[in-house]
Design a protein around this ligand. Structure first.
Ligand code: SAM
Length: 229
């Protein structure tokens, strides 16, 4: 039986790849990745392009059903495989959980190769309590469901004090922050933007002020939102 390695990759700065991640990517028979072009850029940055690009296979949400049985067969035949996402830790708000579940079911070894993840990077630098946090991933796209999750979170955190963390796309940011303010009041929030990249920014302040700023200048880049309740 082969092993499935879950290899974390940088969330911006390409130097954040670990030595172990490089070793595993070199050693495995295939690398399943969300976007072969993006992973090829990473491989070029570690100067392993010629050897490694031949091993790349695509693995994304829409082709999971087709890929999972192929990968399970390969693993059962003794081949080893690394799963990487476009950025950060695979399976965290990224595809892969279904493949891991199938490996567990089939008794195939799954080994994490830890490294960057936006949720942990943002939390660690937020200045908010980190002893207990509630990660909501991406909130639902539908406005009603987004509000519902926030209301349920308020209910849960009413009894259980925690730091709430979630991912949000720039075009939904103002709308989501408005809902957070509606439900939690004009609380202090932390916005971690473009972590490890040139325009990295960790902004702290009352939601109303943050919304005001983004009404003037449209938000750009990748964001993690955090607050403590
Ligand atoms: N698997 C990834 C991880 O472990 O962080 C998360 C993938 S999810 C599809 C992408 C979201 O993560 C972005 O929309 C953003 O909310 C957050 N994110 C990723 N990179 C980021 C960065 N450099 N700075 C801030 N947030 C980031």
């Amino acid at each position: 039986m082969g092993t499935l390695f879950l290899v974390s990759t940088p969330i911006g700065n390409l130097k954040d790849i670990t030595i172990r991640a490089i070793e595993v990517l070199q050693m495995v028979d295939s690398i399943a990745c969300e976007d072969t072009r993006r992973t090829a850029i990473l491989l070029r940055s570690i100067q392993k392009d010629t050897v490694l690009q031949a091993k790349l296979i695509s693995y994304y949400e829409e082709n999971e059903d087709k890929r999972i049985p192929e990968i399970i067969t390969a693993l059962k035949n003794g081949l080893s495989l690394a799963l990487v996402s476009d950025a950060g830790t695979p399976t965290i708000s990224d595809p892969g959980f279904r493949l891991v579940r199938e490996c567990v079911k089939e008794g195939i070894k799954v080994e994490p190769i830890p490294g960057p993840s936006a949720v942990i990077a943002a939390l660690s630098a937020s200045g908010l309590p980190t002893d207990r946090f509630l990660f909501l991933g991406y909130l639902p796209r539908k406005k009603g469901n987004r509000k519902k999750i926030l209301k349920l979170t308020q209910k849960a955190t009413g009894e259980l004090s925690a730091t709430v963390v979630f991912y949000e796309a720039p075009h939904r940011l103002v709308e989501t922050l408005t809902y957070v303010m509606e439900i939690f009041g004009d609380i202090e929030i932390v916005l971690a933007r473009e972590l490890t990249k040139i325009h990295e920014e960790i902004k702290r302040g009352r939601i109303s002020l943050v919304i005001e700023r983004f009404r003037k200048t449209a938000p750009k880049g990748e964001f993690v939102i955090l607050f403590h309740v």
